[in-house]
Design a binder for this molecule. Structure first.
Ligand SMILES: Cc1ncc(C[n+]2csc(CCOP(=O)(O)OP(=O)(O)O)c2C)c(N)n1
Ligand SMILES: [Mg+2]
Length: 370
């Protein structure tokens, strides 16, 4: 046998290597591997996926606007990633536990986040944006890739307790270069932990293009850890749902972890603190506009005669309503006094925290008017 010499670097980012059910123009493609996983998805369900994506895009736009108006410290936009988030998250069972990164606004929306939950943490009001146990979603993780280890640890617990749950973790393309994600995959495979890894390859890790750090498709790494994987078109909501159902069924059946690479694109900046025009070719952005995930499912539904202008207008109206509620919640939040940040760090009094509180109080007092 000759050594592998395929020029893989050239094909690593080739979208044609991804599984899909809907072409960018909304044509339904047959896919024997994925079709059985969405055989039950009827027009009503497709309309509801479309509606969720429309609402998510509106939540995202409101988050950016609130940040620009000084109401939030930061916002991490997810526009362009609606299908990869809604399609996968809508497949997750309520009993499962999700470990997201900071960009998964659509995932928390699909898990039942309330209007204020989208902004609380970005406004710096609380440590967690929602009740993690009630939503069965861990707090948004800022440390790149750390949540993958938390998910695997949780999944090992599920296995120990013989519970029917699955742990799901979301991370980005850049995170796959972190030790944490690789260590998580080793542990998951070794212990056959019921965990699904969802990598949203949005092509950028801040200003680093994915091509630089993945010379081979990211999904192709997982089998090297002993984890079956699928590379799916992340702008195809139906394919994302099918892929996720495959991965969840695999993990739930006791066969161990599964890995999904959803190939998508971050249409906006990394966060509201970033200017992508400094590092990104405008032609690249332009080319991805032709693969818009919402337009794709809308075109499919229109082709079936299963969505009309009135239904689209209703989805937009629902989105505006949620955005108004989100804004009202945000503006109504009562910011805690600064020293409250030291409360609830430990259950019992702690001399280290007491010292830090005193130091900070002394610092704050220097701003008091004489
Ligand atoms: C451990 C760690 N290193 C560096 C950072 C700074 N940082 C924040 S986001 C980011 C890029 C992450 O890219 P990716 O994993 O592709 O996720 P995306 O932001 O594209 O969703 C980096 C390096 C961090 N938050 N944590
Ligand atoms: Mg990325």
């Amino acid at each position: 046998m000759s050594p592998q010499t395929t020029p893989i670097a050239d094909t690593a980012q080739d979208l044609e290597l991804a599984e899909r059910l809907l072409a960018p123009d909304g044509t339904r493609l047959s896919n024997p591997g994925l079709d059985p996983f969405v055989a039950d998805v009827d027009a009503a369900q497709l309309r509801s996926l479309h509606r969720d994506m429309v609402i998510l895009r509106r939540i995202d736009a409101e988050g950016v606007a609130l940040q620009r108006q000084g109401q939030l410290g930061l916002w991490a936009p997810c526009n362009g990633q609606e299908a990869s988030q809604i399609g996968t998250a809508r497949a997750i069972d309520p009993i499962d536990f999700v470990f997201p990164s900071y960009r998964e606004t659509g995932v928390i929306y699909a898990r039942g986040a309330q209007p204020g939950d989208f902004v609380r943490v970005w406004r710096g009001e609380e440590g967690a944006p929602y009740d993690p146990m009630q939503m069965r979603v861990a707090p948004l993780q800022i440390i790149i890739g750390a949540q993958s280890l938390h998910a695997v640890g949780y999944a090992m617990g599920i296995k120990h307790e013989k519970a029917p749950e699955v742990a799901v973790t979301y991370f980005g393309d850049g995170a796959t270069s972190q030790g944490d994600v690789n260590e998580a995959m080793v542990f998951a495979a070794s212990y056959r932990a019921p965990v699904v890894f969802v990598c949203q390859n949005n092509h950028w890790a801040i200003s680093e293009p994915v091509a630089l750090q993945s010379q081979y498709p990211i999904s192709g790494r997982a089998p090297g850890f002993g984890i079956p994987s699928m590379r799916v078109d992340g702008n195809d909501v139906l394919a994302c749902m099918a892929a996720m159902r495959w991965a969840l069924a695999h993990a739930r059946s006791g066969k161990g972890p599964a890995f999904i690479e959803a190939v998508t694109y971050r249409m906006g900046p990394h966060t509201t603190s970033d200017d992508p025009t400094r590092y990104r070719d405008p032609a690249e952005l332009e080319s991805w506009k032709g693969r818009d995930p919402i337009a794709r499912v809308e075109a499919f539904l229109r082709g079936l005669g299963e969505i009309d202008d009135e239904q689209i207008a209703a989805a937009l109206a629902d989105a505006d309503k949620l955005a108004r509620e989100m804004r009202a919640e945000c503006l109504g939040m009562v910011t805690r006094e600064p020293l409250a940040v030291f409360d609830n760090v430990y259950a019992e009094p702690h001399c280290g925290i007491d010292r830090q509180r005193d130091e900070y109080a002394a610092y704050l007092s220097t701003f008091e008017e004489a």
